[in-house]
Design a protein around this ligand. Structure first.
Ligand code: NAP
Length: 238
């Protein structure tokens, strides 16, 4: 099968498309014929070796941590899926391997693809979508009518965050560059701040959650716009 492979950590030049053996699913794994796989910032960070504590030193590695497609084979212990099922696969950052024609994924990292979204849309959910959901729900304790500010709202994590916050019934302020305002309106944002013209950290408004999806503004910069008991969440350790 064809796969996107790198043989050492480095810049774009270490990536090549080459033939690799088709994986054989383990007992608790499904083999997915990949229809779509998503690219995230973490992919270039992995390629450069910034996550080597998780990705280790074994090469070659196949890049890519999320995909969608159709199951073509199941391990003998798989109970919840069968050949032909349309699924989302999340091999994850330790295992990678999604940028290939076939990917073997643990059953418990495989999810039924909703019928009303495309394979392309489905493949974006595990990394950006779960990050947004966990940040708002588990860390931010989002609730109805709370005020949420999403910085980096037009990005992968941010677009999920805006939509998820609206589903929870929150009032959402989205911070992006000017040209992305229309997109954010379409996604349901109540207020939009163009960060090239206005600094949200100087606002008189108070937010229950400030979710900095791009980790551009520190807690100390944001604490002035947090309500008492407000929560600041970002996606990267500082
Ligand atoms: N910890 C985790 O598990 C986890 C998971 C997923 C992602 N991440 C990290 O989270 C970060 C964002 O990921 P992503 O997938 O959302 O990235 P992305 O799709 O590349 O989006 C980045 C967004 O940042 C915006 N931006 C750039 N400069 C900005 C600024 N000064 N202020 C506000 N927004 C700005 C850009 O929008 P404009 O064009 O509108 O400026 C762009 O849409 C990455 O560093 C990624 O590695 C961490």
């Amino acid at each position: 099968m064809k796969a996107v492979v790198f043989n050492k950590y480095g810049g774009n030049e270490v990536i090549e498309v080459r033939q690799m053996p088709r994986p054989v699913p383990g007992v608790d794994e499904v083999l997915i014929k990949v229809h779509a796989a998503s690219v995230n910032p973490v992919d270039w960070k992995i390629r450069q070796g910034e996550a080597r504590i998780l990705t280790g030193s074994g090469f070659p590695k196949i890049l890519g941590s999320e995909c969608s497609g159709q199951i073509v084979e199941t391990g003998t212990g798989v109970k919840g899926f069968m050949e032909g099922d349309r699924v989302i696969g999340f091999p994850g950052i330790r295992r990678l391997s999604a940028f290939a024609e076939y990917v073997s994924v643990k059953e418990n990292n495989t999810f039924a693809k909703p019928e009303n979204i495309s394979f392309g849309e489905a493949s974006t959910i595990p990394v950006a979508g779960l990050t947004a959901l966990q940040s708002l729900q588990k860390l931010g304790h989002i609730s109805r009518n709370c005020k949420v500010l999403v910085n980096g709202a037009s990005g992968g994590v941010g677009t999920f965050a805006v939509q998820i916050a609206k589903i929870f019934g929150a009032q959402v302020t989205a911070v992006s560059s000017g040209p992305n305002a229309l997109l954010l309106r379409e996604l349901g944002a109540d207020e939009i701040i163009d960060y090239t013209r206005e600094d949200f950290t100087k606002s008189e408004e108070r937010y229950d959650i400030v979710f900095d999806t791009v980790s551009k503004r520190s807690f100390s910069e944001c604490k002035g716009v947090l309500a008492s008991h407000g929560v600041y969440v970002n996606t990267l350790p500082h």
